[in-house]
Each structure stands twice: as C-alpha cells, then as structure tokens.
Unconditional design. Sequence first.
Length: 200
Amino acid sequence: MAVTAFLHQKGGTGKSTLAIAAALALQEKGEPALLVDADPQGTASEWANRFGKRFGVESLHHIQPTLATLAESWREEWRHVIVDGPPSLSLMTESILVGVDRVIVPVRPSLPDIWALPWLAAIVRKLRREGRAPAAAVAFNMYRGEPLEPLIAEMKQWGLPVWPEPIPASDELAALFAGAALDGASAQRMLRLLEMPGGE
Ligand SMILES: Nc1ncnc2c1ncn2[C@@H]1O[C@H](COP(=O)(O)OP(=O)(O)O)[C@@H](O)[C@H]1O
Ligand SMILES: [Mg+2]
C-alpha cells in the first residue's frame, strides 16, 4: 500500500490534474484509491462530486496539521491513497510530507515553477536528516518539447531528483476537469510514476 502526494507551493502546476489522473489510472487497473483533497480550494472534491462518484474522497477544508495521523487510518482501509496538495506552504505541508510514502512535485517547464521549489526542498532535506522524509521527485508536467537541461541544472542544488519521463501537455488531461476519461497512454504514464520508490 502507498500514500502518494502531489505537492508544490505554487498553483497551476498540475497537482490536481495529476492526482485525479493517478486515481483514475489506479481505478482502471482495478485498484481503487482514496483521493484526499488537502487543498482548501476543493478542486479534487468538486471533481469527485461531479464525476468521481465511485471514488472514496476525503476533503480537508482547512489547514490540517495532523494529516500524518489521518494517513494512518486511511492506510488500514485503502491500498492506494492519493493526496492533492494545497498551493501554499503551511503546517499542513510538513504533515503531508511526514504522512506519505512518496511525493511528486509537478512543475511546468518554466523557471518560475523551479524558483518556487527551494522552500519545499528545504523541508524535505530537514526531514531526511531526521529520517522522516518520503521518497520525493520533481516531475515535469505540461511538457511541449522545451529544453529541460537548463531547468534540471537549476534544480541540482536542492537535492530533489527529477522523474525521467516528462508528462506532455495534452487535451485529454486538460479535459479531466470537465469529466473526460483518462486516455490509455496517460494512464500508463501515471502508473509508472506511481511505481516510484516509496510504496509497497
Ligand atoms: N498535462 C497537462 N496537459 C494539459 N493541461 C494541463 C496538464 N496538467 C494540468 N493542466 C491544466 O493546467 C491548469 C492547472 O492545473 P491544476 O491541476 O489545476 O494545477 P494545480 O492543482 O497545481 O493548481 C488546469 O487548467 C489543467 O487543466
Ligand atoms: Mg489544485
């Protein structure tokens, strides 16, 4: 069993899209996931209310510094838990990091998304020193063939590995919020991402 969070302090990088895609990919594989909405803006819960009735959904409507404790009870019931994180840094950020097995940090292939990383990376490094850090990697999302090397070079100093398979910008993923199904290639890509070390 594994708890996976999509986390970045910046909005618009694809946390909710990829969290929903991950839950859909697991469901299609016959392994239902609990989708946890840890963003007070409620994107994942709203999506689930409209289109994801078959999902288990847990909505946290305010800063919840005890997510790590909640995660223990989810673990008992669910094989997979997917957490859609808030676009901010708060007490919840550290609690999410402590409570999950792996963290995927979506970034668009653009410098501002990279420049926003050091704070989150610093918390991960602190937790590593304490032996409490989850597996963590940055994943490029909305990729349109941009040169990634300069962006990867910029990130080296922060100690966050980069997932080797960028997630393309696609009409299918953009349409998820409108209730579209996940296409097969995206589903396979999400399942590979979820095989990142840190789970079972
Ligand atoms: N891979 C992708 N391809 C196309 N559109 C995407 C992709 N990932 C995210 N989007 C779009 O980008 C916007 C921001 O995504 P969202 O998941 O809401 O980000 P976050 O949760 O990090 O704020 C949304 O309009 C979403 O549909
Ligand atoms: Mg979101």
